[in-house]
Design a binder for this molecule. Structure first.
Ligand code: GLA
Length: 350
């Protein structure tokens, strides 16, 4: 039977924080904190008995209390960028606190990754389940509407981590949630140059110098963004077309109907044999290849934070949708229920 253990993990400005370990029948486990609804570890055991932790993270709570790179956390209210840190909704302009030049990134200076969520764990349908909940008051980081946000993690016996989000509001607002895990399927400490990435996306959203979408939906054919067949990341990340961002930090327009769960990506590390599939209901995915180095303290096991050491597959609506009328809408109105699901599934270590 799957099982869940919880342990105290330190203090925050919002009270005591816990770390939950969700075990499946194979003994493989995911560690999630109620601080930021953050995935701290995903540990899989190979046939030889060796453990592989496939996400970057920190050993202790302290670095997560300001978490400048959003390591493992749930991002809200608005994952990614809102240009000029403002939007207009129903004829009213809402200025937001900017934290990325003139723009807002990842929900503002005190986004959902810097909150303590309330948590309840259960074993249900052969899965280890952690239900997290957050109340976000009207005006939080500039956004209108009092929000109730639910994020449920399910870890099953097929080594799939399913994330279901649900939310309601009492006034019209914008909402765009994602999980910001940094994956390395060869284990932390190695580069991702040998990973192969496949993305089922025929187009992407080009950006300006401030990484705000220009509004164009551009076909990937003949560009470095064409990942429709699995591509090794090493040569791509050093392509001159990515010089401005030092790697991928772009949103792809996913194939298939938004709102329906479909497979959108596969990441493969030939060195470990491990593969990760990604399924989502979202229309977009920001691929970020850890383009910085030395940001934040050292990682689990004392490893330094180095460039190109992990891949984030941030399933989401497109950046700056509140200001781009032709992008799929991120408006949430009273009476509606926001719903979004993403699954990261692992295989190949058995
Ligand atoms: C996203 C952004 C990046 C960077 C990371 C870390 O991937 O697109 O530019 O800010 O988050 O927070």
């Amino acid at each position: 039977m799957p099982r869940i253990e919880e342990q105290p993990w330190g203090d925050s400005q919002y009270g005591r924080v816990k770390l939950y370990s969700l075990y499946n029948d194979q003994g493989n486990y995911v560690r999630i904190s109620d601080w930021g609804a953050t995935v701290q570890a995903i540990c899989l055991q190979s046939a030889s008995g060796a453990w592989l932790d496939v996400v970057l993270g920190y050993d202790n709570l302290a670095p997560y209390l300001d978490n400048p790179v959003s390591m493992g956390a749930v991002i809200g209210r608005y994952a990614n960028r809102i240009g000029q840190a403002r939007f207009e909704l129903d004829g009213r302009t809402y200025p937001l606190p900017a934290n990325h030049g003139d723009h807002q990134l990842h929900g503002g200076p005190e986004g959902f990754h810097l909150r303590r969520w309330s948590a309840e764990s259960a074993v249900e349908d052969g899965q280890a389940v952690l239900r997290l909940q957050l109340s976000s008051p009207d005006g939080d980081q500039g956004f209108p509407g009092q929000l109730q946000v639910h994020c449920t993690y399910r870890w099953d016996n097929e080594n799939r981590l399913q994330i279901d989000y649900a939310a309601t509001t009492d006034a019209p607002t914008h909402l765009n949630l994602t999980n910001h895990s940094y994956f390395n399927l060869a284990g932390s400490g190695s580069s991702i140059y040998e990973h192969l990435l496949q993305l089922h996306a025929d187009a992407y959203t080009p950006t300006d110098a401030g990484q705000i979408p220009t509004g164009e939906i551009r076909a990937v054919g003949g560009t470095v963004f064409d990942l429709r067949q699995p591509q090794p990341l090493g040569p791509l990340l050093n392509d001159p077309a990515l010089a401005a961002t030092n790697g991928f930090d772009h949103n792809w327009v996913l194939n298939g109907p938004s709102g329906e769960l479909r497979k959108i990506a596969e990441l493969h590390a030939p060195t470990s044999g491990l593969r990760m599939g990604c399924w989502t209901t979202e229309p977009g995915c920001q691929v970020f290849t850890t383009n910085f180095s030395g940001v934040g303290p050292s990682l689990k096991g004392g490893l330094p934070q180095v460039q190109h050491s992990a891949v984030c597959l941030e399933t989401q609506h497109f950046p700056d949708s509140p200001n781009q009328a032709h992008f799929p809408s991120t408006v949430l109105r009273p009476g509606e229920i926001y719903r979004s699901t993403t699954i990261y599934g692992f295989r190949g270590v058995e």
